[in-house]
Write a protein that binds this ligand. Structure first.
Ligand code: DLL
Length: 437
């Protein structure tokens, strides 16, 4: 049991003090939001023209919700609340039509995020002297750079190995005595499945912990990874709109994820009525970020379904905990940690004149990783017995898709009339992984 905190005063703050801090920070966030073209219009429409219009936390409910589509409409600078010259970093995530949602951070914003990632690492018992191999992708995705700075700040030796290249991951783990890895849960399972083939066994490594997140996974998957590697596995939740990882993180009790409430204001609402649900009931998580100056985002509908776990955690932290994410209210697919909207795929293939009208997107497990299969019919004049022509077309589809969704799909071409046709609403997406989670 670890009773070490990174920011004890904040992490163990009582409920009243926390509410006062949230109100103060919310007011500042509103003041900054009013600096952006997007929120100036939104907030004025509901009669909020300054922070003084928020008297209590209840008043937050007057603020309209923000959605991913709103962020897309504000692309590229509609949500920027400071001079661009004050911005030192940007991150982006996919949007429904391929227009990304972008967030900006100042140097001070990055420091505050680092504070949260450091806090999260401490909560699971990481410390100076640990060797931290970060197998999350570095880039616009927040998984890589997100925990990187917290780990350095804590004094861990960081190996920024990024994702992929399994052979090198094993070699780094062995040669540098990696004690903590950060990866998607599916990548952890993949690592284990090819360990033997690369000539390694779990006892070759000094691994103690894995921090996993960025995609849905069950308690059973956690147990499985723990058993396969003989390590502790902790769940980490976040989204790029709210900075990235370290919105909510498990502590060593593994009894739900502490949502860092001093930095994020959380509401859980019924996805249809948009009214707050009672504590303990499942609903859509709505978040407001209280610690970022460059891109304030208020009452953001995450689309993630979860519930608040009633009661205090035995670790002493007072930030309330949320359950493992139970699903999403929209159709966003998460494929090996990468967010993909079916509409992005449709947009790409339907731009290609050779493609017929019927298509299907199938996602299934290939070993432990996710595999995306795009099945499309091609026009009768195109469908050819010449394998070379068909392969060339397939490769063009793969390339166009990769440019949009950043992952490599398997493409299957079919004769017209082969794919199933529904009488009612077309079923375009078949996610065969669901029953296995
Ligand atoms: O996935 C940030 C992240 C990186 C979190 C590394 C944790 C670790 P996005 O790419 O914007 O950001 O995707 C956010 O991924 O709305 C959830 O649907 C899903 N997600 C993230 N973490 C978890 C988790 C990052 N622990 C979207 N369990 C979110 C289930 C998760 N789903």
């Amino acid at each position: 049991m670890i009773d070490v905190y990174h920011a004890k005063d904040i992490e163990t703050m009582d409920a009243e003090a926390l509410k006062a801090l949230q109100l103060l920070r919310f007011k500042k966030a509103v003041a900054r939001a009013l600096e952006t073209p997007f929120y100036k219009t939104r907030l004025s429409a509901v009669g909020i023209s300054g922070p003084e219009d928020l008297k209590t936390l209840e008043d937050i409910k007057r603020i309209p919700f923000t959605t991913k589509d709103d962020l897309r409409e504000a692309y590229p600078y509609g949500l920027l609340s400071c001079p661009l010259s004050d911005v030192v970093r940007m991150h982006a995530s996919s949007g429904t039509t391929g227009i990304p949602t972008v967030i900006y951070q100042t140097a001070a914003d990055l420091d505050r995020w680092t504070d949260l990632t450091t806090r999260s690492l401490v909560a699971v018992g990481c410390h100076k002297g640990d060797v931290f191999q970060n197998m999350m992708t570095y880039g616009l995705f927040t998984g890589g750079l997100g925990l990187h700075y917290g780990a350095e700040h804590l004094g861990m030796l960081v190996i920024p190995s990024s994702s992929g290249n399994t052979r090198r991951q094993f070699q780094l783990m062995k040669d540098f005595g990696t004690t903590v890895v950060h990866a998607t849960p599916s990548y952890m399972l993949h690592l284990h499945s090819c360990m033997e083939e690369h000539g390694y066994k779990p006892s070759d490594f000094a691994l103690k912990k894995a921090l996993v997140g960025a995609e849905p996974h069950s308690e059973e998957i956690r147990q499985k990874i723990q058993e396969l590697f003989g390590i502790d596995v902790y769940n980490s939740y976040g989204l790029s709109e709210m900075n990235g990882p370290s919105v909510a993180f498990e502590c060593d009790r593994k009894a739900g994820m502490h949502l860092w409430e001093d930095s994020y204001y959380m509401e859980i609402v019924d996805e249809h009525t948009l009214q707050e649900v009672p504590e303990g009931e499942t609903g859509e998580l709505v978040l407001s970020i209280l610690i970022r100056t460059a891109t304030p985002i208020l009452r953001y509908r995450t689309r993630d379904l979860t519930a608040i776990i009633p009661g205090r955690c035995a670790c002493g932290r007072t930030s309330r905990r949320i359950c493992r994410i139970k699903g999403r209210t929209d159709d966003m697919l998460i494929i090996n940690g990468v967010n993909v909207f079916p509409s992005q795929i449709e947009e790409v293939i339907m731009k290609m004149p050779e493609i017929g009208t019927n298509y299907r997107i199938v996602v299934r497990k290939d070993g432990t990783l996710d595999k995306l299969i795009v099945q499309t019919e091609v026009g009768p004049e195109i469908f050819s017995d010449d394998a070379r022509d068909m392969n060339a077309l397939k490769n063009r589809i793969i390339e166009n898709l990769r440019a949009s969704i950043t992952i490599n799909p398997v493409v299957e071409l079919h004769e017209p009339g082969v794919l199933p046709v529904q009488e009612g609403k077309a079923i375009r997406v078949v996610d065969e992984r669901e029953k296995k989670r």
